[in-house]
Write a protein that binds this ligand. Structure first.
Ligand SMILES: Nc1ncnc2c1ncn2[C@@H]1O[C@H](COP(=O)(O)OP(=O)(O)OP(=O)(O)O)[C@@H](O)[C@H]1O
Ligand SMILES: [Mg+2]
Length: 410
């Protein structure tokens, strides 16, 4: 049965994949210059953020910096766009899952991410992180980017084993918006560095401590800092004295144990000084631990843990009904708040809500075949429209003005 989508700017929103305190995440698609469908992820900020001009200014400033980041281990940001009273972040869609839900899913299925996979994921995420830490603007000035929220939910692992770090630029802008009485962001303490838990000025070594905490948690299956309430948790993070990881998991080799300990040093100068140094230590461990390690091992793990979801997603992508056959007027594409930073060659400029070319024959070189149904045919097909409406998930983003173009999976 065809499923309806809602267009917002250049994007057709299909499925809501997550809903949190700050935003909703949608799977979406758009069309490139050659008429091919291109998957994107859309983060739609909750409406009250739009009323907060100071927040928007801060987010825009942060995203202008982040727009410089282009790296295979960073999920690319295409737009920060204001459209139809929505504030959206359009970014590269990662066909996979984040590390937090992957670990949860694996537990349910009695699977466990092995130490070599853990070392590999962290090494790749650190590659992305290093790129951001040393990034410079077009005048060669250091951007001094600190992620501030390096955590398992912001590390995306694709089903093919590719690792991408996301959500640069968000933590800083939201910092003043979701504070508790203690001045610390609620629910974000777990992977903070001690200096972050003290509310001090941060440099990139803060992210390296967070990466250490993530590594510790994955390797021991236990969070490094635990407390029954947030205040005590803040104190525990400030102390930075977790139970030695090899006491919790005797399978952790000494070499990896040392890496974890060093990365989680309370003193910044005792930690790895760059993400690259940390990454190299992990890669050295990986070479000793499993010299034959390949990314395909991680891919197999992801596919095993998520096989049901992969099947479901494939079926779900088979049939879409997208809104509006009429050409989208330029003003309906919204206002990209970081357009000047992205420059004239930006990827989003090649995105259009409708296929601008006939894609006949394109299926041979592309996994999707797009079939355009004439607007008249679609609007007269009232039955189908009614069914589509009844079938649509209960979700405020989906409205009734749909049904014109059908995009089918092969
Ligand atoms: N670019 C993307 N491609 C695919 N899935 C994504 C993408 N970005 C986010 N997701 C999915 O959406 C989920 C929710 O993301 P979101 O950033 O809103 O919240 P979070 O990461 O859980 O928390 P926070 O970022 O606030 O720490 C992620 O955990 C991930 O599973
Ligand atoms: Mg996130």
């Amino acid at each position: 049965m065809p499923r309806r989508t809602k267009r917002l700017g250049r994007y057709h929103l299909t499925e809501r994949i997550a809903f949190g305190g700050m935003a909703e995440i949608f799977r979406a698609f758009t069309f490139d210059d050659d008429g091919f469908k291109r998957d994107v992820a859309i983060k739609r900020l909750l409406p009250h953020y739009l009323e907060d001009q100071q927040f928007i200014t801060m987010l825009t400033d942060e995203f202008k910096l982040v727009s410089h980041l282009k790296h295979p281990n960073i999920a690319e940001v295409f737009e920060l766009v204001e459209v139809d009273e929505n504030l959206l972040i359009a970014m590269e869609y990662v066909d996979g899952k984040d590390l937090r839900s992957t670990v949860e899913k694996a537990k349910q299925r009695r699977l466990r991410l092995a130490l070599d996979d853990i070392a590999y994921v962290l090494a790749r995420a650190l590659d992305g992180l290093h790129h951001a830490h040393v990034a410079r603007d077009e005048r060669d000035q250091p951007l001094k980017i600190v992620h501030r929220d390096f955590s398992p939910s912001n590390i995306l692992v694709a089903y093919d084993g590719t690792v991408k770090l996301c959500d640069f630029g968000i933590a800083k802008a939201t910092h003043n918006r979701v504070q508790t009485k203690t001045g610390i962001i609620k629910g974000k303490v777990k992977y903070m560095s001690p200096e972050q838990a003290f509310g001090r000025k941060l440099d990139w070594r803060s992210d390296l401590f967070s990466a250490g905490s993530v590594l510790y948690e994955l390797a021991t299956d236990t969070a490094p800092f635990n407390a029954s309430n947030e205040i005590d948790l803040i104190f525990a993070v400030r102390d930075a004295q977790p139970t030695p990881c090899r006491e919790l998991n005797p399978d952790i080799p000494e070499q990896l144990g040392r890496i974890i300990e060093k990365s989680m040093s309370r003193s910044r100068s005792a930690r790895y000084q760059t993400a690259l140094e940390f990454r190299d230590a992990l890669l050295r461990f990986l070479r000793n631990y499993n010299p034959k390690y390949r990314r395909t091992k991680l891919s197999r793990f992801m596919k095993r843990a998520w096989n049901e979801e992969i099947e479901r997603d494939l079926r779900a992508m088979e049939d879409f009904v997208i809104d509006t056959a009429a050409p989208a007027p330029p003003e309906s594409l919204g206002k990209n708040l970081i357009a000047d930073a992205l420059g004239p060659g930006a990827a989003y400029k090649h995105f259009s809500p409708q296929p601008t070319r006939n894609v006949e024959g394109a299926s041979e070189v592309h996994e999707l075949k797009t079939e355009i149904i004439d607007a008249h045919q679609a609007t007269t097909n009232a039955d189908e429209r009614r069914t589509a409406k009844a079938d649509a998930p209960h979700d405020p983003i989906h409205d009734e003005k749909t049904v014109v173009v059908t995009t089918k999976g092969k």
